[in-house]
Design a protein around this ligand. Sequence first.
Ligand SMILES: C[S@@+](CC[C@H](N)C(=O)[O-])C[C@H]1O[C@@H](n2cnc3c(N)ncnc32)[C@H](O)[C@@H]1O
Length: 247
Amino acid sequence: MAQQRPLERSPCSERVRRFCTRTMDLQTTETVKEGGEGEERGRKRRPEEEEDKEETSSNRKQVADHSVKVASHYNRLQEVGLAARSQSRIFFMRNFNNWLKSVLIGEILEQVRGAGSRQVSVLDLGCGKGGDLLKWRRGGINHLVCADIAGVSVEQCQSRYEEMKRKSHVNEKIYSAQFITADCSKEVLSEKLDDPKLMFDICSCQFVFHYSFESEQKANVMLRNACERLKPGGYFIGTTPRCLRTC
Ligand SMILES: C[S@@+](CC[C@H](N)C(=O)[O-])C[C@H]1O[C@@H](n2cnc3c(N)ncnc32)[C@H](O)[C@@H]1O
């Protein structure tokens, strides 16, 4: 792993730092803890969690840290169709989260364009399976970098992007994209960019940041990845769960 350079104290990193300080007290809704410790009370176990229960204690010791567990949890999640999704316990919460992200993305793109940016580049930090690809398409951005710790999710995200491109109208200019599998709380993303000089107008981190609060060191690397390549005056947008609401 590359040596971490000290985080620059730009106004942007200060804003992100304040965001994180505000949310340090969060109680996550999706954090998967080893051995069920800290698990939400009264929540039914999902099938993949039943698999976790079957892990022997020696297996558990081999799980280096929380990141490995998080990656394998998301890698195991199956993509299901709309019919199955609508039966999910969290169907309405997902819809609400998607609405929230659409509004946030729409508003921030307006501000970026209002400030005169023509070629808009975005970093989707913790992109998952590409739930926001269509939102960025609607927003007419020019370039997207998608990064996530879960390799299977990144592959699915890339396939969705390629399918979206393939199915688009010949006259529609779909943004270009790069896909990176990386633990963004440990690895420096700027070193993995195809274009080493790329700077972002927006860093979007949706329902991800809380995973890095396992340690201050991890939170700092995540912050560095969020801020390091933001253009001066660029925006960080993020959502993170709290015990009572999403902020
Ligand atoms: C709740 S999902 C959100 C996915 C996507 N942002 C969305 O809104 O649809 C959380 C995502 O964070 C990713 N994640 C968790 N820890 C991470 C880390 N250290 N580095 C990169 N991604 C991480 C997970 O793999 C998962 O895809």
